[in-house]
Design a protein around this ligand. Structure first.
Ligand SMILES: *[C@@H]1O[C@H](CO)[C@@H](O)[C@H](O)[C@H]1NC(C)=O
Ligand SMILES: *[C@@H]1O[C@H](CO)[C@@H](O)[C@H](O)[C@H]1NC(C)=O
Ligand SMILES: *[C@@H]1O[C@H](CO)[C@@H](O)[C@H](O)[C@H]1NC(C)=O
Length: 623
């Protein structure tokens, strides 16, 4: 019989002269469609420099802070006209900024850098005010058809709340009417500290870390801050700061940068005789994200880029995700590490680091630790005697003056990153995480912003043998060459950069097609095959036909191939001849695709074909 070859251009077969038996090769074709994302862009603003987003999905608004402007957008119609507030810097500050040698275009304006919810109707907003930071309240009506959108004319000083420079990294968190911020408070950006400013009343009282003391903070670059309860008692509540800084413990001449987690008690009011208006509970520990090397030399990802606190059912124990990068000039890479609150608390409950004097090395502190243990909040949980940090014994306060650093670092869960990207075209810069219910349990889907305007969607899967596998689900180009910030995912993901704001769906299951095997091979926890098509997975829907296999992505187990299935599985049949070879080719459309060939002799079962090195050549064996 004449050979019956597949005419598809993507598979070729050699000419054959005669057959004795027929070999059928079935190709399950899973291919990567170029993802045509329906992204809604907002580029309507005039100002540029969009650095801060605040989303309230319940009330249906999205605030964007830009240069001299705040914009109010509707998440449902990002492309429609917006409402705008013009909020410039005072003319005298612009003039002063210009005379100090700064640029009118890129420095001497009011770059809005902080938007934090204050109460049900008001948002607290701060801007750089042409190197003269300023803050005020923004009124957003509650649950009305047309939200009011007005700035209070009463300006407050932004010192200790917002940086002077539009580019200085900083962090701020408003909780219970108090603003916690890691920022500098001077024109040169040299005096950086962790502040708490009370917004109640008009006094604007603040407490801070000690100025110009490198043991407290040493050229810090702040990344994030979060309020996390420690026990059932609100008196033990703490605010955690994540940052990187020059590592004092690495040696005087070593310019190494380490990542840190620091914490303060929310009820810290400073000391009475010493540490007046200074934190008496400030402690910090090193955050480590490294890959163990074969010869005991670890690859360190020392520089924290972003942090995301994933809420769980237990408010005291969120899961902490961090993006880190290498500081090495020869080796470029970034990694995502996960930390538990238990390991962070263990470092703070462990030994203190100690340095006897300028000519001594850092060692583990082995001396007596005063009571109450330095770093504990004044609360009834541990000790009813000290009702305020002002009641702490002098011994505790003077211990705190000398010991801010913990001896043990915080290691990531599993002892290594959940995802690494080395020598890639891009560096990871931002992370937000969405915990997604899937067939076999929840998966944490990472949405990672890159330094070249991409959003990478990835998941780390723990196999039955405890190996982990990192899976890149999608790589989307959102902005051309720009740094982005991401808002925490709810129904949508918002990505902002200097160019605008984009809205992305968290899942695009329909792009995986109607085919069970394509859907399964995609291994996207958001998606499952519902019998007809690849659609959003809902744990509540009890569809018998639902198919999903995030862990192994094995369509052979999920999507059995039968005669009747010929519609749902793309089967390519290639005939071959004994003793000769055939070239089987497929261009996968998905980075997740795994091409499998099976060989079927006349009256035997389909068997997997063992793959040669180029994965495509199959020796025809049977005759
Ligand atoms: C929210 O705070 C603003 C500013 O202090 C105040 O004027 C307003 O009355 C507060 N609203 C509510 C509902 O508490
Ligand atoms: C992104 O930010 C880094 C600093 O964090 C800066 O060096 C770089 O130029 C920025 N890239 C773009 C395209 O703006
Ligand atoms: C195998 O294929 C080659 C062409 O690639 C052909 O020249 C040769 O005759 C074939 N051999 C058999 C046994 O069919």
């Amino acid at each position: 019989k004449p050979a019956q070859f597949d005419t598809d251009a993507s598979s070729r077969a050699v000419d054959v002269e005669c057959f004795c038996k027929v070999i059928i090769v079935i190709l399950t074709s899973v291919c990567w469609r170029s993802h045509d994302i329906k992204t809604v862009f907002w580029q309507g603003g005039v100002s540029g420099g969009y650095q801060v987003l605040l989303l309230d999905e319940d009330q249906g608004w999205l605030l964007v802070g830009g240069k001299d402007h705040i914009y109010l957008l509707s998440p449902d119609s990002l492309d429609l006209p917006t409402r705008t507030i013009y909020w410039p810097a005072a003319r005298e500050h612009v003039e002063h900024c210009r005379l100090a040698g700064k640029s009118l275009e890129t420095d001497c304006a009011n770059f809005v850098r902080l938007l934090q919810p204050f109460n049900k109707t008001h948002v607290y907003a701060c801007g750089t005010g042409a190197f003269h930071p300023q803050c005020t309240y923004l009124h957003l009506g509650h649950n009305t058809e047309e939200p009011s959108f007005m700035l209070s004319p009463l300006l407050e000083s932004g010192r200790g709340k917002c940086p002077f420079s539009p580019r200085e990294p900083f962090t701020a968190r408003l909780t219970d009417g108090e603003l916690y911020a890691g920022t500098s408070v001077d024109f040169m950006g040299a005096n950086a500290a962790i502040f708490r400013t009370s917004l109640w009343g008009s006094s604007q009282h603040y407490i801070r870390t000690e100025a110009y003391d490198q043991n407290w903070l040493n050229e810090p670059e702040f990344v994030g801050s979060f309020s996390i309860p420690d026990t059932h008692s609100p008196d033990d509540d703490k605010v955690y700061f994540f940052f990187k800084e020059r590592a004092v413990e690495a040696g005087q001449w070593d310019k190494r940068v380490y990542s840190r987690v620091a914490r303060v008690c929310k009820n810290d009011v400073g000391g009475k005789r010493s540490l007046i208006n200074r934190w008496t509970t400030f402690l910090k520990a090193r955050l480590v994200c490294s890959v163990p090397g074969p010869s005991g030399v670890d690859t360190q990802f020392d520089e924290l880029e972003d942090i995301f606190v994933l809420e769980t059912k237990d408010p005291q124990n969120p899961t902490i995700y961090g993006v880190f990068s290498t500081s090495s000039s020869i080796f470029r890479g970034s990694a995502v590490c996960v930390f538990s609150m238990a390991s962070i608390r263990a470092a703070f409950n462990g030994p203190f680091a100690h340095k006897e004097g300028p000519d001594y090395r850092w060692v583990e502190y082995k001396g007596r630790i005063p009571y109450p243990r330095p770093g504990t909040c004044p609360s009834e949980t541990y000790d009813a005697l000290h009702k305020s940090t002002k009641d702490f014994p002098d011994e505790v306060v003077s211990f705190m003056r000398q010991h801010q650093l913990m001896w043990e670092p915080v290691l990531p869960l599993g002892g290594r990153p959940v995802l690494t990207k080395t020598n890639a075209a891009y560096m990871l810069k931002r992370v937000v995480v969405d915990r997604v219910d899937a067939e076999e349990g929840p998966y944490d889907v990472l949405h990672l912003g890159t330094d070249d305007g991409k959003v990478v969607k990835a998941v780390s899967v723990v196999k039955d043998n405890w190996d982990t596998e990192e899976i890149i689900l999608e790589e989307l180009n959102v902005f051309q060459k720009s740094n982005e910030s991401l808002s925490p995912p709810q129904q949508q993901l918002y990505v902002s950069s200097e160019l605008g704001v984009a809205q992305l769906g968290l899942q695009r299951c329909e792009l995986y097609g109607t085919d069970c095997s394509e859907c399964c091979l995609a291994r996207d926890p958001y998606c499952s095959w519902d019998g007809q098509t690849c659609s959003r997975f809902f744990p509540t829907s009890k569809r018998r036909a639902r198919r999903q296999d995030v862990k192994y992505g094995d369509p052979w187990s999920q999507c059995p191939v039968t005669e009747d299935d010929s519609d749902s599985v793309e089967v390519k049949v290639v005939y071959g001849v004994e003793g000769n070879s055939s070239f089987l080719e497929c261009f996968p459309r998905s980075p997740r695709a795994e091409i499998r060939w099976t060989v079927q002799r006349t009256d035997s079962q389909q068997q997997p074909v063992s793959q040669t090195q180029d994965s495509r050549e199959v020796k025809m064996l049977a005759c």
